[in-house]
Ligand binder design. Structure first.
Ligand code: PGA
Length: 244
């Protein structure tokens, strides 16, 4: 159960979130819990999560170890502050910041090289769904992106299926729609990496997940977890998602 805070909260607000959130998820042993705040809050989040089962993730990671890459943050820098996961290829990065399938692969490779678990996002836009090309888009994103990982690398990643039209819009994919997309992604994984890899890969659903729809989404066997934006900002709301 992962929360993506996007560009919200200060370090003080991060600490306040954790104070409320921690006791509410103390008994949640059925899942991993990951919070991905902005870079400036990572140290505060790691400090506040110490001694709990909550891990902290970043919302991006550079493809290089270090160098002349203004505005980027590298895997070793993230590891040094105690970060465990990195979201890669979020649709907002693809849409507004020029992220491509190729750079998604490079970032995922770098995350793995430096010991971070990448949460790699894929998903179609509204016009792609409406024109019936959802599967073709997911296939392209897979083939040009994470299919380039080795089998050993692939075994360590998490995929998030996030239909772009469902993100921040209040329009959730129906559980059946999400499950169909997850099946299509899993089929790609099986074709590229074999059946065991297809069974083992964890695929999260993201896009307007809320406390009141998480149960029906998680009831789909294809859905292994959720990546939550807006509803992860509130400690009580996100705790109720975690404890669905
Ligand atoms: P949302 O965002 O839950 O606010 O729709 C999901 C995401 O972008 O990861």
């Amino acid at each position: 159960m992962a929360g993506n805070w996007k560009m919200y909260k200060t370090p003080a607000e991060t600490t306040a979130f954790f104070e409320k959130f921690r006791p509410l998820v103390e008994k949640a042993e059925h899942c991993e819990i990951v919070i991905c705040p902005p870079f400036t809050n990572l140290a505060a989040a790691v400090g506040a999560a110490k001694g709990t089962r909550i891990s902290v993730g970043s919302q991006n990671v550079a493809w290089a170890k270090e160098g002349a890459f203004t505005g980027e943050i590298s895997g070793p820098m993230l590891k040094a502050v105690g970060v465990a996961h990195a979201i890669v290829g979020h649709s907002e990065r693809r849409q507004y910041f020029g992220e491509t399938d190729e750079t998604v692969l490079k970032r995922a490779q770098a995350a793995l090289e430096f010991g971070l678990t990448p949460i790699v996002c894929v998903g179609e836009r509204l016009e792609e769904r409406e024109s019936g090309s959802t599967e073709a888009v997911l296939t392209r994103q897979f083939q040009k992106g994470i299919a380039g990982l080795t089998a050993a690398q692939f075994a360590k990643i998490v995929i998030a299926y996030e239909p772009v039209w469902a993100i921040g819009t209040g329009k959730t994919a129906t559980p059946e729609m999400a499950a169909d997309a997850h099946r299509a992604i899993r089929a790609q994984v099986q074709a590229a990496f074999g059946h065991a890899a297809g069974d083992a890969i964890r695929i999260l659903y993201g896009g307007s997940v809320k406390p009141d729809n998480v149960k029906t989404l998680m009831a789909q066997t294809e859905i292994d977890g959720v990546l939550v934006g807006g509803a992860s900002l509130d400690p009580v709301g996100f705790a109720s998602i975690v404890n669905f």
